[in-house]
Design a protein around this ligand. Structure first.
Ligand SMILES: [Mg+2]
Ligand SMILES: [Zn+2]
Length: 194
C-alpha cells in the first residue's frame, strides 16, 4: 500500500490565524485576522494541505471545556470554508509530559498520518519560538509571524526560515520559495522566450 505524498502547512491558531486572546473560550471573542482567508486560499491554490495545530492547556486547567473549543473551530470552519483540512489540539497541562503539546510533534504526526509528508516543502507557521521549535523538531521548515506574541519579540527571528509581518506575508514568501521551477526549467523557459 502506498500513500500519496503531500506538502502541508501546519498553522498555529492563536496569534497566527486569529487574534490572541488569553484562554479564548467565548465565540464572541473570536476574531479571525482580515488576511487569514487570503493566506489560506494562496496555500490551497499552491497545493498545500492545511492543518491547525494548537496548544489548548486552558482545557487541562479547567478554564474552558473541549466543547467550547470545538465551537470556536466550527465557527472558523464556517468563516474559512473548505480551507482547513483538520484541527488538532493538545488539551494537556504544560508539565504533563504528553507527546502532543508543541514543541513536541504529536499533532503534526497525527495530522499527516494519512499521507507521506514532503518534509522539505512543509512548514510550521506560528507566532512563538515554540512554533519554530516544533517545525525544527518535525524536520520541516518554519515561519514566524509578527502578530500575536510575535509582535512582542520583534528583536529576534528565533532562527525561523522565514519571518513575515503576518500570515499572508509569510505565506507569500513560502509560496515564492516553493513554486520556483528547477534551474534547468527556468533556463529553458528563458531561452524559449528569445
Ligand atoms: Mg500562538
Ligand atoms: Zn498534549
Amino acid at each position: 500500500m502506498s500513500y500519496p505524498v503531500n506538502k502541508a502547512a501546519f498553522i498555529d491558531r492563536d496569534g497566527t490565524l486569529i487574534e490572541e486572546v488569553n484562554f479564548l473560550s467565548r465565540l464572541e471573542d473570536l476574531q479571525i485576522f482580515p488576511f487569514t482567508l487570503k493566506a489560506l486560499t494562496v496555500l490551497r491554490e499552491n497545493g498545500f494541505k492545511i492543518h491547525v495545530v494548537t496548544n489548548q492547556s486552558g482545557i487541562g486547567r479547567g478554564i474552558y471545556t473541549e466543547q467550547d473549543m470545538h465551537a470556536i473551530h466550527q465557527q472558523m470552519t464556517a468563516d474559512l470554508p473548505g480551507l482547513i483540512d483538520s484541527f488538532h489540539f493538545c488539551p494537556h497541562l504544560p508539565d504533563a509530559g504528553c507527546r502532543c503539546r508543541k514543541p513536541n510533534t504529536g499533532m503534526i504526526d497525527e495530522a499527516s498520518a494519512g499521507y507521506t509528508l514532503d518534509r522539505q516543502n512543509s512548514w510550521m507557521i506560528g507566532d512563538k519560538y515554540l512554533d519554530v521549535e516544533t517545525g525544527k523538531n518535525a524536520g520541516i521548515r518554519s515561519a514566524l509571524v509578527r502578530t500575536g506574541y510575535g509582535e512582542r519579540t520583534a528583536d529576534t527571528d528565533h532562527g525561523a526560515d522565514v519571518t513575515g509581518r503576518n500570515l499572508l506575508e509569510a505565506v507569500e514568501m513560502i509560496v515564492g520559495e516553493t513554486v520556483k521551477p528547477p534551474l534547468s526549467a527556468a533556463v529553458s523557459q528563458a531561452e524559449g522566450e528569445q
